[in-house]
Design a binder for this molecule. Structure first.
Ligand SMILES: [Zn+2]
Length: 87
């Protein structure tokens, strides 16, 4: 049986790319590491463990249009693209 979930995911992803929601902009390893750390830190503080969902209280990031911005150390930080209001 083919993986329907994977197919749906792929369809959504190509659609988002098509309409410009996802920019095929590769992240550097440093960015990825930074995000992984931020995420671990956030999860440690808030006890959230779903690895593929952003926290419920996350707000929309203006840079990547993902509901993934959380308050960290007094700065709004995007767990998806790494955008930070504090620079
Ligand atoms: Zn973002």
């Amino acid at each position: 049986m083919p993986s329907l979930v994977a197919e749906i995911g792929y369809a959504i992803e190509s659609h988002l790319k098509h309409i410009g929601m996802i920019k095929p902009e590769p992240m550097t390893d440093r960015q990825k590491q930074f995000l992984a750390e931020k995420r671990r830190e956030f999860e440690a503080h808030h006890g959230e463990s779903e690895s593929n969902a952003f926290p419920e209280k996350a707000v929309l990031c203006t840079k990547c249009s993902t509901k993934a911005m959380v308050l960290m150390d007094g700065c709004m930080t995007c767990l998806n693209c790494g955008e930070s209001k504090c620079g």
